[in-house]
Write a protein that binds this ligand. Structure first.
Ligand code: KIV
Length: 264
């Protein structure tokens, strides 16, 4: 695989070609995913739940993300690695710079932050200092206590409009990528068309430029509540390499996610 860069992802968007992404937290899965053709790996703070067994992402620390980013980078030297700035690690400029630098030194290509317009200044300051930013709006799990649950966002007109304005403001502030989590498919389509930066969706339909899944959801490892948008790609053949290729093919052709995975 050649080095995956932001300009490569922008080119895919221009050409109308979709790309598949998965979360990865360790060397072995990162190597496997990259070898099978996953271009973008997300070291998500979902590791607080999938790896550490907590019931939210709030307990994850910068040190946790640094540790997992370094392992993922060793497994996937050429992939685009997005690393999450965890809860409360980007609340002041000084803290944000220090923590973003730690993730970049560990091997991230771009850092991800959850939130809308209020992050505009942070995004601008990071990109001015050569740290690319992936903004994450819609369902933002770090705000679980404010949101009151893992619920679909942007359902009514006012909130849909707010999310569109957030997306445009974040792009204007120089965010390089945008994640849309659990929003209605029509809104995801509108945002994806209105911004020029690549949009990665999760639970937002097959209308975005890329898709991301938590790897545990993609391979049926998740216990308890299984999100509506998740699909177990391992079920068909029981072979992990086939499952990864099936996921990539399904995303690139728009087969996944299908209507049954969408929110209205
Ligand atoms: O932490 C994570 O894995 C994420 C994805 C759900 C987008 O942010």
């Amino acid at each position: 695989m050649k080095f995956i860069t932001l300009s490569h992802l922008r080119q895919l968007k221009i050409e109308g070609n979709k790309f598949a992404s998965l979360t990865a937290y360790d060397f072995s899965f990162a190597r496997l995913f990259a070898n099978e053709g996953i271009k973008v790996l997300l070291v998500g703070d979902s590791l607080g739940m999938t790896i550490q067994g907590h019931n939210s992402t709030l307990s994850v620390t910068v040190a946790d993300i640094v540790y997992h980013t370094a392992a993922v980078r060793r497994g996937a030297p050429r992939a685009m690695i997005i690393s999450d700035l965890p809860f409360m690690s980007y609340s002041t400029p000084q803290q944000t710079f220090k923590n973003a630098a730690k993730l970049m030194r560990a091997g991230a290509n771009i850092v991800k932050l959850e939130g809308g317009k209020w992050l505009v200044e942070t995004v601008r300051m990071l990109t001015e200092r050569s740290v690319p930013v992936c903004a994450h709006i819609g369902l933002t799990p770090q705000s679980i206590n404010l949101l009151g649950g893992y619920k679909v966002q942007g359902i009514d007109e006012l909130n849909a409009e707010r999310l569109l304005m957030d997306a445009l403001a974040l792009e204007e502030a120089n965010a390089q990528l945008l994640v849309l989590e659990c929003i209605p498919v029509k809104l995801a389509e509108r945002i994806t068309k209105e911004v020029t930066i690549p949009v990665i969706g999760i639970g937002s339909g097959n209308v975005t430029d890329g898709q991301v899944l938590v790897m545990h959801d993609a391979f049926g490892i998740t216990g308890g509540h299984i999100p509506k948008f998740a699909k177990n790609f391992l079920q068909k053949t029981g072979d992990i390499r086939n499952a990864i290729r099936d996921y990539i093919y399904s995303v690139e052709t728009g087969i996944y996610p299908s209507a049954e995975h969408n929110f209205k």
